[in-house]
Design a binder for this molecule. Sequence first.
Ligand code: FES
Length: 162
Amino acid sequence: MADHVAWDEILARELIEARAAQECAIAPVLHAVQDRFGYVHTRAAAMVANALNRSRAEVFGALAADRTLRRQPPLDSLIRLCLAESCRARGAEALAAFLETRYGARIDGGACLGVRIETALCLGHCDAGPNAAHDGDIFFALDPQTLDLLFAKVAAKAGAPP
Ligand code: FES
């Protein structure tokens, strides 16, 4: 699986315009957007309509009809690391630095090995931090080893090689 990058309108515009001359380009361009960002941002759909000189309804219709296209970032590849005050005091920033050093995964920096790490601002369990959330579960009292295990599990689920 290719790594995705965080939504970037300038990058999306370049990507869309580079493919705008293709015939029947709506679906291929939407898929190219998804390949790059992991989903098709609403702004991207509007940009595709403009670049291809098609109506927005046509593009949103193509987006809705193709069940392989996502309109939201995939949640099962998301880890939300709490960087609020209490978790910070308990070492959350060191955990963020660990992920960057070990995997090159940057907080709020797009996907790395198919995993996105985003900032959470309090997960409601401040006395048990540092904490992270993934796929509806909260992981408490993380240290580099337990966070490493969580990251590896999510990356494997996302299709990254072990
Ligand atoms: S500060 Fe992290 S759970 Fe509240």
